[in-house]
Each structure stands twice: as structure tokens, then as C-alpha cells.
Write a new protein. Structure first.
Length: 134
């Protein structure tokens, strides 16, 4: 079964559910993975979704740390950069997923496209991206 992700005016459809904002796609993938692996720990999930997926380019300022795909809710210092209202409960802690993914366009967005490719290749999710020309 192919799960279709349709991007139109910052909306997506994943697993038949329509959502607001492209960034929520990452939240949906992480939350679905955790629901299928309810005994997963923070460190195990970090191995599945490494921090480098969130920003695979070097930051221009060395002092700016990479946020990662998710963080422990107790470690979040800048709440506007995470989906605080959408906590994901793991076996050993509660996490929140990063909102910093940028925009996806026809020419692509490196972070989000690399996440999609990773989800397809490594996690074996059947995902399809289509663009609406309207």
C-alpha cells in the first residue's frame, strides 16, 4: 500500500489523514514509528532517527547546535522549535519533535527531502510525494 503525501498550500496527507503544515509530516512519521514499537527507548529512537536528519548541512554559526529530529521534553529550551502540544511517550521518557524543517518546493528542500528519502530507504515506508500546480 502506498501512503500518499500531497503538498498543497502547506498541507499534507499521510495515512489518509490531512494535516496543517509540512513539518507535521515528520511528527506523524515519528509518532507512527513509536506506536509500532511501544517498548522503544530514547537512545534506540535516536539510532532510528539520527540528529543529522534534521539539518544535514553544517550550521553557519558553530555556536548554533543542531536541534535533531526530536528531544526530551525536559531538555527543550526553545519551545517554539518543537511541537510541544504533541508529546510522544517512549518507554523511558517523553519527547517532542522538531518543527525546524523549512519549506518543500518543486526544487526541493534538503532537510525534508532527505528525511523522506531516509523514511523510504531505511524504514521501508511507502511514501509518494506529489505537487499540486494550482
Amino acid at each position: 500500500m502506498i501512503r500518499r503525501i500531497v503538498y498543497k498550500e502547506k498541507e499534507f496527507c499521510f495515512n489518509g489523514r490531512r494535516g496543517n503544515g509540512l513539518k507535521r509530516f515528520v511528527l506523524e512519521v515519528v509518532a507512527q514509528y513509536v506506536s509500532k514499537h511501544p517498548e522503544i527507548t530514547f537512545n534506540e529512537l535516536k539510532n532510528v532517527f539520527p540528529d543529522a536528519l534534521q539539518n544535514n548541512r553544517e550550521h553557519k554559526k558553530e555556536s548554533k547546535p543542531r536541534l535533531g529530529v526530536f528531544a526530551k521534553i525536559t531538555a527543550v529550551r526553545d519551545e517554539k522549535r518543537y511541537f510541544i502540544e504533541s508529546e510522544v511517550v517512549l518507554k523511558d521518557c517523553t519527547i517532542v519533535v522538531c518543527t525546524e524543517w523549512g519549506q518543500l518546493t518543486k526544487t526541493g528542500h534538503e532537510n525534508l527531502l532527505s528525511f523522506v528519502k531516509y523514511a523510504q530507504d531505511r524504514l521501508k515506508l511507502d511514501l509518494e510525494i506529489t505537487y499540486d500546480d494550482d
